[in-house]
Design a protein around this ligand. Structure first.
Ligand SMILES: *Cc1c(COP(=O)(O)O)cnc(C)c1O
Length: 489
């Protein structure tokens, strides 16, 4: 069919130049990834580049090759840098090329996964089932892919709230709660839980922060006491949020003990496994997260230790009926049908979002290509790298380890002679900023029990031991330089 003069679309009139450009984009992408080490991990944007993002709304067209050139010039060099082998800041994933192809092909497929009898929805169900199997959850458990760990935790906590409310909270709202609900987590837990409880209408005060022990694990005796205290005061202990891999130090709560406590006390057992749940597939270290499989709900983050391109999180819920009861709702325009496109259960019945992207494809393609065993070995590799750096720090008189290394996160700092806490913080902050600005590596910082600390997280499939040696040599060189220049920083 030939279109009339008045009708237009977003497709090019002639596909040939578009095809040629698309080939070039893929070529450039492969070059970009295969030459990562030749470039700085991160670099600051020049003012001219920053200004380019203030350009006014484009009213008319620009040829796509020009748009791409601008992207290549102004965007790609000023990325976060987490794809670079020496990026160890916060807790990112490193992405991967197959995942990137998956994102591209998901957009070509174009499906909306909220509902509908499509291969895309079937792929999503399969990926959730694979993640469920990786976590040793029962086949009857349900799950949903989310934007990330924050949303995955919120899904789990919402099912927990509704189950423990003692009232139909969907209909009556939280003002009808017969008793105030109490949630428990450690003082090392992620802030995502407080945010979730605020959104769920329970308020941040419903979250009790239980002290952690020397190994930064939730103190189970203090947890037991807090639960008893709330009961005695007429409040309802509802849920314990254990963390498998805390963000600050990577510590893993005593999951078997907390699981047993929840069972005894009749509490919902939620695990935040955004960092550590995937240790479950690591052949050498899997026992570190024993007890994970007993959770009522579990949040994990494929975009962290599986390096799925952002975004991809996942919530698993042991009791699928409770999960569905928290979210299922159909308008008259969205009735399920026995046949046709609207046949089958809607994925939207397991989460808040209706329209859903095809996040599953990038995970599906990578898992099929590499096999889950490879992902497990890569996790062991990162944990071994954490142990290696820790050993090197322990024998350096000028370096101080700030927390025991539980998995792949190492907290440490340079220790100048005779300096007080403020001077140590100033020196180490300057040291970190110089390394970031040099582009050599990307460590970040944190505060551990009130003391300033540098922090590296080896969450990378591209990092090798020589990268760690290079980084450590630079830390020692800069530390000595800053220590011996009296006016710095
Ligand atoms: C990263 C993280 C989160 C939040 O996950 P996002 O994917 O960033 O939303 C929650 N808990 C822990 C322990 C995390 O490390």
């Amino acid at each position: 069919m030939k279109s009339s003069d008045h009708e237009e679309s977003l497709d090019p009139l002639d596909w040939a130049p578009t095809r040629a450009l698309a080939h070039r984009i893929i070529d450039d992408a492969v070059t970009h990834l295969s030459t990562l080490r030749e470039r700085p991990v991160w670099q600051q944007m020049p003012e001219a580049v920053r200004a380019s993002f203030k350009a006014p709304l484009p009213l008319g067209p620009t040829p796509l090759d020009q748009v791409y050139e601008e992207m290549r010039r102004n965007l790609l060099p000023y990325a976060m840098g987490n794809v670079h082998p020496r990026f160890w800041g916060w807790y990112m994933g490193a992405s991967n090329f197959t995942g990137a192809l998956g994102d591209f092909l998901a957009a070509i497929d174009g499906s909306n996964l909220g509902g509908g009898d499509t291969a895309a929805a079937a792929t999503d169900r399969q990926v959730v089932a694979w993640l469920r199997d990786m976590m040793d959850f029962p086949a009857t458990a349900s799950g949903t892919l989310t934007s990330g760990g924050s949303m995955a935790n919120m899904v789990g906590l919402m099912v927990a709230r509704n189950t423990m409310a003692g009232v139909d909270v969907r209909a009556e709202g939280i003002t009808a709660l017969p008793q105030a609900l109490c949630f428990y987590t450690s003082d090392q837990a992620h802030t995502a839980h407080q945010k979730a409880l605020e959104v769920l209408g329970l308020g941040s005060k419903s979250l009790r922060l239980i002290p952690s022990d020397k190994a930064f694990r939730m103190d189970v005796a203090a947890l037991t006491a807090a639960i008893a205290e709330d009961r005695a005061a007429g409040r309802k202990p509802a849920c314990v949020i254990a963390t498998a891999g805390t963000t600050n130090t990577g510590s893993i709560d005593d999951l078997p003990a907390i699981g047993a406590l929840c069972q005894r006390e009749g509490l919902w057992f939620h695990i935040d496994g955004c960092i550590g749940a995937l240790v479950r597939i690591a052949p050498v270290n899997r026992t570190l997260v024993a007890g994970l499989e007993r959770a009522d709900s579990l949040a994990l983050d494929p975009h962290k230790w599986m390096h799925t391109p952002f975004e991809a999180g996942c919530a698993l819920v042991r009791d699928a009926k409770k999960h569905r009861n928290a979210f299922a709702l159909h308008g008259e325009y969205l009735e399920e049908k026995p046949r046709g496109l609207a046949a089958g259960e809607f994925l939207a019945d397991y989460s808040f979002e209706l329209s859903r992207g095809f996040k599953a494809l990038k995970i599906w393609m990578s898992l099929k290509e590499q096999g889950v065993e490879k992902f497990g070995r890569l996790i062991d590799q990162n944990i071994a790298q954490g142990a290696y750096l820790t050993r090197r720090i322990e024998v350096e008189p000028k370096l101080e380890l700030m927390a025991p290394t539980a998995i792949n996160i190492v907290c440490f700092r340079y220790r100048p002679a005779g300096a007080d806490e403020a001077a140590i913080k100033a020196l180490n902050t300057e040291l970190m900023l110089r390394i970031q600005e040099s582009g050599l590596a990307l460590p970040t910082d944190t505060t551990v029990r009130g003391r300033y600390s540098l922090r590296v997280a080896f969450n990378h499939h591209r990092t090798v031991q020589a990268d760690i040696d290079l980084f450590l040599a630079e830390v020692l060189r800069l530390g000595a330089l800053l220590e011996n220049s009296p006016k710095t920083p």
